[in-house]
Design a protein around this ligand. Structure first.
Ligand SMILES: [Fe+2]
Length: 382
């Protein structure tokens, strides 16, 4: 019998140094414009990346310096907070993402944000807390909203899918993996929404020639991601095959049957698969076609991730987010985030109809749902 858990490990350590972001009261970033002068931007590309040293910040790509005064930068009477930035330039991440179909933004979230995410997930230092199941995660803590609007990953997703108008296919959700007991159902190999290859769901994207990119999965490591602790398993680079995982790897469709594990054991976990290990606060982006499955947690500690399926606006959402968005807009979190974050989250969570006459917000209609429901199931059997 093949050795268990023989996947190759790709490991990212917490970087020793980070770049710096300068963030204004409205959440926009101070950068250097094409005219060589300090300018505010809503997008986080290389223009807004700085390095902090000896009481000043130096713009990474132009070398322009500004003096830090009392922990902040002031330009034309406007203050900018000196804030945690990424390890690498956005263009460096994009180069890797384009070449490989995935990229890890190691420890891109600040320690304060990671603390808030763990509080909502009830893991790590908050493992004894009880989850709040009445409210969407994004309404519970400012850290969830800040993470959903994390600017470097959003810029990368827009570049990778070659469209500014991106959206979420569902509200950000915490996925908490507890210790495996050797017999519970596990997730099999699959590609994510909208492709859904290997998943027992209707409406899967047919395999197509060409280079269209219909989804990027944004997985935030809330806990540290380790092989033994249940980090996601991938077949890195498999997006380029433009087809789903092989049945003999054990697809999610096969493992959807509760008895499948007892009869067949775990899905493929040999050396042709990869585990990405990364510290909490890292964001892993991958082309949604990439074959993957949830890891198997062999520790006593709960492992949390915040999962987000990102799609171009022309791909329909997976679930109706309207109730969650209305709850979020009425929550204290909405008041505590910046204007930039509010604008991003409205665009990501509220789906709009692009055509006339109404340009309406897309949501489900309870009367219409009742009309097309038949008995206790929906009318899908045609
Ligand atoms: Fe998945």
């Amino acid at each position: 019998m093949a050795e268990k858990f023989a996947e190759r490990v790709v490991s990212f350590e917490r970087p020793g140094q980070f770049h710096t972001l300068l963030i204004g009261a409205d959440g926009r970033f101070l950068g250097i414009g094409d005219d060589g002068e300090p300018t505010c931007f809503t997008d986080a590309d290389d223009k807004v990346i700085w390095d902090q040293r000896n009481g000043e910040v130096q713009h990474t790509t132009t070398g322009r310096s500004l003096t830090i005064d009392d922990g902040a930068i002031e330009v034309d009477g406007e203050g900018f907070a000196v804030s945690h930035g990424p390890e690498k330039l956005p263009s460096e991440y994009l180069g890797f993402f384009e070449d490989n179909g995935w990229v890890c933004l190691t420890s891109v979230l600040s320690d304060e944000v990671v603390d808030g995410l763990r509080r909502v997930a009830c893991t790590d230092q908050y493992a004894e807390r009880d989850p709040d199941r009445a409210r969407a995660a994004i309404s519970q803590h400012v850290a969830v909203a800040q993470t959903a609007a994390e600017p470097i990953s959003l810029w990368l997703i827009r570049q990778y899918m070659q469209i500014r108008d991106i959206a979420m296919a569902h509200t950000p959700a915490m996925a908490v993996l507890t210790k495996d007991d050797g017999k519970r159902p596990v997730q099999g190999w699959h590609s994510d929404y909208p492709y859904h290859w290997g998943v027992p769901a209707p409406g899967q994207v047919p395999v197509q020639p060409g280079a269209s990119r219909l989804g990027v999965q944004r997985n935030v490591c809330v806990s540290d991601f380790t092989k033994v602790g249940g980090a996601t398993a991938f077949k890195l680079g498999s997006h380029a095959r433009n087809e789903g995982p092989p049945d003999d790897w054990g697809t999610a469709a096969r493992y959807a049957s509760r008895s499948y594990r007892a009869e067949h054991g775990l899905p493929y976990n040999g050396p042709d698969a990869d585990i990405v290990e990364a510290p909490g606060g890292s964001i892993i982006l991958y082309d949604s076609r990439t074959w993957h499955r949830a890891g198997v947690n062999r520790t006593d500690n709960k492992r949390a991730a915040m999962l987000q399926a990102m799609v171009p606006m022309y791909v329909m959402p997976k679930v109706d987010m309207s109730a969650a968005y209305k709850q979020f807009a009425a929550s204290p979190v909405y008041q505590d985030i910046t204007e930039r974050e509010r604008v991003e989250l409205e665009a990501l969570l509220v789906r709009r109809l692009p055509g006339p006459p109404l340009h309406g917000a897309l949501g489900t209609d309870p009367e219409l749902v009742a009309l097309v429901q038949k008995g206790d199931g929906t009318r899908t059997g045609y």
